[in-house]
Structure formats: C-alpha cells, structure tokens
Design a protein around this ligand. Structure first.
Ligand code: HEC
Length: 109
C-alpha cells in the first residue's frame, strides 16, 4: 500500500516537472500567432520599427534579447508590447526559426 502511494507520488511529481518544462519552453505555434498579431504591426518594411523576422538574429542572439528583455534600443521593457507569458511563446517561435536554426524562416510572407 505504502509502496503504491510512493510510486503515485513520483508519477505526479514527474508529470508536474514535464508540464513545467513544456511551459517554460514556450509554444512555437502560439508564438508565431502573437508575433504576427503584435510585433508585425510595427515590424514590417517601412513601419515604425523596421523589418524584424526570425532571421534577424541567430538563436543565441534571440535568447539574449529575450533574457535582457529590453526593446527599442534599451529604452523600453519588451513586456510593454505583450504579456510575459506570450513573450515566452514568441521567443520559442523566433529561436526555432532563427538564422542559424534548423528551420530558418522569414515571417509574414
Ligand atoms: C508599437 C510598435 C512596436 C511593437 C508592437 C514592437 N516593436 Fe520592436 N521596435 C519598435 C521600434 C520603434 C524599434 C526601434 C527601431 C529603431 O529605431 O531601430 C523596435 C526595435 C526592435 C528590435 C531591434 C532591437 C531593439 O530593441 O532596438 C527588435 C529585435 C524588436 N523591436 C523586436 C520586437 C518584437 C519581438 C516585438 C513583439 C514582441 C516587437 N518588437 C514589438 C516598435 C515596436
């Protein structure tokens, strides 16, 4: 009986850990959507922010950019553009299609 409870506890903890890992990685599909919805309104050719696509940086540079989380030459927090939980998804999208990623991709084509 006690053994079963222990195994059940281990399973619950494992599931929670896996869910947490998945959450911290962000959802690429959602990120693509948020990027197109929000970032692209200022980041197409000729718009206020100039063109930004996943190819604008390599994977490491995107990670650093989101870790620093400063926007517009460091003047503003990136979190001003959208809620932080959505930024995690946008980061996942940009990193997985960055210039040196396995699937480099331009956006908005
Ligand atoms: C309200 C308009 C606006 C929105 C929305 C916006 N940006 Fe920007 N972004 C700017 C402007 C303006 C600059 C500065 C452009 C310049 O002067 O070179 C900028 C600069 C940048 C740069 C260049 C580096 C820097 O920070 O100066 C990156 C990368 C960037 N934005 C990514 C993003 C991402 C990713 C999103 C969505 C999460 C986003 N932006 C949303 C307006 C916007």
């Amino acid at each position: 009986m006690i053994k079963h409870i222990r195994i059940a506890t281990i399973l619950v903890v494992l599931c929670m850990a896996i869910t947490a890992m998945a959450a911290s990685k962000g959802n690429e599909g959602k990120g693509r959507y948020y990027f197109r919805q929000s970032c692209k309104s200022c980041h197409t050719k000729g718009a206020a922010g100039g063109e930004v696509t996943p190819l604008s940086k390599n994977m490491a540079q995107w990670r650093t950019y989101f870790a620093t989380s400063k926007h517009m030459h460091g003047k503003e927090a990136l979190s001003k553009t959208m809620p932080t939980e959505q930024l995690v998804d946008v980061q996942a999208f940009l990193v997985s299609h960055a210039a040196d990623s396995l699937q480099p991709e331009t956006c908005g084509k």
